[in-house]
Design a protein around this ligand. Structure first.
Ligand code: HPA
Length: 248
């Protein structure tokens, strides 16, 4: 089954017909909320709001392990993460939808692995391609079918937050090769890989990153609200097409 993890601006899927909710307890604590089971145009999906349904959990306090564990336990095989990011590259203004293909992890102090504690074998999962290529292709195909423009590829820089970055930090991330910056991409992607789930992200650029575009001296997350809401509408259309090309 396909799962969708909704980020900022996507605490519910408006085209999801909810059939039931399930509260899952995990060995890692509480997930961000109940899993919402439902159908989009007759196709089964499960949804969870990463920041909680009232958007109360900040990026560094999200229980990523509990969320991924709960989905894996419910026989989810594919996870599409919808996330909000700042645009670093000149060609990625607010409103752009990016399907990143790489990650640089700048987060710290997060519970980032299932493989810890004496009872677990030493395990090093391959993470060369952090987003599952096949799932990425399906999302690209869905975007094409839904006639929605998405940018194929980009480096997602995951920062710790909750504060936004300094302009110098963004310059450093750009020099490292980062295209977009967000606070929730890791360890979520790595945990999905450890749990054996396919995982890909649809990143919506909500603002220019610090020191870029109209964020030269200050990042004002409200500035591009309309553009962002439009982009979320496009994401809904992509997801509707995805459930069709993805099947159950
Ligand atoms: N930086 C980090 N995370 C974000 C940003 C940003 O500029 N915009 C949305 N999420």
């Amino acid at each position: 089954m396909l799962a969708i993890i909704g980020g900022t601006g996507l605490t519910r899927l408006k085209n999801l017909n909810i059939t039931h909710r399930q509260v899952i307890r995990t060995p890692y604590g509480e997930p961000s909320g109940a899993l919402m089971y439902g159908e989009i145009n007759g196709h089964h999906v499960v949804f969870i709001a990463r920041h909680g349904y009232g958007h109360t959990i900040p990026p560094h306090e999200i229980n990523y392990r509990a969320n991924i564990w709960a989905l894996a336990e419910q026989k989810v095989t594919r996870v599409v993460s919808v996330c909000t990011v700042g645009g670093i590259r000149e060609d990625l203004p607010p409103g752009t939808i990016v399907l990143p293909n790489q990650i640089i992890d700048y987060t710290h102090s997060r519970k980032h692995t299932f493989f810890e504690g004496g009872d677990k074998p030493v395990t090093h999962v391959d993470f060369t391609e952090p987003y599952t290529p096949k799932l990425r292709s399906r999302i690209l195909q869905a975007a094409l079918v839904a006639k929605q423009r998405v940018l194929d590829g980009g480096v997602y820089a995951a920062t710790q937050g909750p504060r936004l970055e300094t302009a110098a930090e963004i310059n450093r991330i750009a020099a490292d090769g980062g295209s977009i910056v967000g606070m929730t991409g890791m360890p979520e992607a790595a945990l999905a890989r450890e749990a054996g789930l396919s995982y890909a992200a649809i990143a919506v650029v909500a603002n220019w990153a610090a020191g870029r575009g109209d964020s030269l001296h200050k990042v004002d997350l409200r500035l591009a609200e309309n553009v962002f809401e439009d982009a979320i509408e496009h994401v809904h259309r992509i997801l509707e097409a995805l459930v069709k090309v993805d099947g159950d």
